[in-house]
Design a protein around this ligand. Structure first.
Ligand code: AMP
Ligand code: ZN
Ligand code: FE
Ligand code: FE
Length: 270
C-alpha cells in the first residue's frame, strides 16, 4: 500500500504539542501527499492547517476526533470532510467545551484534596483549544509531582485513579448525526482499543461510514477482522498514527497511514 496521508493526529489545539504548520511539515518530510488534523472535539487547528496545506502543495482533508459515549463506554469518532461552519458541528464543539471545563474543575478539586494545587489560570493558558487530562499531566510533571505523563495517568488521571472524574460526552448516535448533518463522514476510531468485543459488534450496527483499520503501531494481523467488517459494510478503511508530539513520545507521525483511494473517498464523501 502506498502511503498517502496520516489521518489521525493531534496539535496544540487539543492535547498534542505540534502546531498545525509543524504537522504539515511532518507530512512533507514523510513524503505524504495529503494532510489532516483530528484534534479532540475541536476544529480550530484544522481550520488553520487548510491554507498551510495549500501553501505546501498538500491535499487537505477537514478532520476532527469526537469523544462520545456508547452504553456507558467512551468511543472516539473520527470525522472528515464535514462543513466546518455547520451549526451541528458548532453545537457539538460548544457542548464539549462546557463538559470539559466542568470535568477539569472537578479533577482539580480532587487533586486539591490530595494536597496538589494546580493553578486553573495556568492550565487554561496552556490549553490553546480543548483542555484535557494531558494538560493536567504536563503541569503535574512541571510541579515535580510525577516524573512522566504515563505516571500521571497511572497515579492520578487514569480511569478509576485518585483524581479521575467520569467523562460525560454526547452519545455516539448524536455525534454520528451531527457529522452527517454537516455533510461529513464518520469513522470508528481505534477499534483495537474497544473492549469487550460484544460492544464492538453493537457499534458495527451504527451508521458509521468507515473504520480506522491501521492504527499506531498495531501489527498487521490486528487489521484482519476490521478489513472483513469494512468489506461487508462497504465501509472506508483508514489509517493513522494518533500522533501527539511529546505527550506520547513513542508514537511517531506516519506510523500508520491511509492510501490515496480511501483519502479520495473521504474527500468526495463517498
Ligand atoms: P481526556 O480527553 O481529557 O479524557 O484525555 C484523554 C487523552 O489523554 C487521550 O486522548 C490521550 O491522548 C491521553 N491519555 C489517556 N491515557 C493516557 C496514558 N495512560 N498516558 C498518556 N496519555 C494518555
Ligand atoms: Zn489525545
Ligand atoms: Fe482517540
Ligand atoms: Fe486521537
Amino acid at each position: 500500500m502506498i502511503p498517502f496521508a496520516d489521518l489521525h493526529c493531534h496539535s496544540i489545539f487539543s492535547d498534542g504539542t505540534a502546531t498545525p504548520r509543524e504537522i504539515a511539515l511532518l507530512a512533507k518530510e514523510k513524503g505524504f501527499k495529503g494532510v489532516t488534523l483530528t484534534d479532540h472535539d475541536s476544529i480550530e487547528g484544522a481550520l488553520l492547517l487548510q491554507p498551510i496545506a495549500e501553501e505546501l502543495g498538500l491535499s487537505f482533508l477537514m478532520g476532527v476526533e469526537f469523544s462520545s459515549s456508547f452504553r456507558g463506554e467512551s468511543v472516539h469518532i473520527l470525522g472528515y470532510s464535514f462543513d466546518p461552519t455547520a451549526p451541528s458541528i458548532h453545537n457539538l464543539c460548544e457542548r464539549h467545551i462546557t463538559r470539559r471545563k466542568v470535568r477539569i474543575e472537578k479533577m482539580l478539586a480532587k487533586l486539591k484534596e490530595l494536597g496538589i494545587e494546580i493553578d486553573p489560570q495556568l492550565l487554561q493558558e496552556r490549553a490553546r483549544g480543548t483542555i484535557g487530562r494531558p494538560h493536567i499531566a504536563h503541569l503535574l510533571i512541571e510541579k515535580g509531582v510525577v516524573p512522566s505523563i504515563q505516571e500521571a495517568f497511572y497515579q492520578y488521571l487514569g480511569e478509576g485513579k485518585k483524581a479521575y472524574v467520569e467523562e460525560e460526552s454526547p452519545t455516539t448516535e448524536e455525534t454520528l448525526l451531527a457529522l452527517h448533518q454537516a455533510g461529513g463522514l464518520a469513522i470508528l476510531a481505534h477499534p483495537h482499543l474497544i473492549k469487550p468485543k460484544s460492544l464492538l459488534r453493537k457499534l458495527y450496527t451504527l451508521s458509521f461510514d468507515g473504520i480506522e483499520t491501521w492504527y499506531g503501531s498495531f501489527p498487521k494481523h490486528r487489521t484482519l477482522s476490521f478489513l472483513q467488517v469494512a468489506k461487508e459494510k462497504k465501509w472506508i478503511t483508514t489509517g493513522g498514527s494518533d500522533y501527539h508530539g511529546t505527550t506520547k513520545p513513542h508514537v511517531l507521525y506516519g506510523s500508520s497511514f491511509t492510501n490515496e483511494e480511501n483519502f479520495i473517498r473521504l474527500q468526495r464523501r463517498s
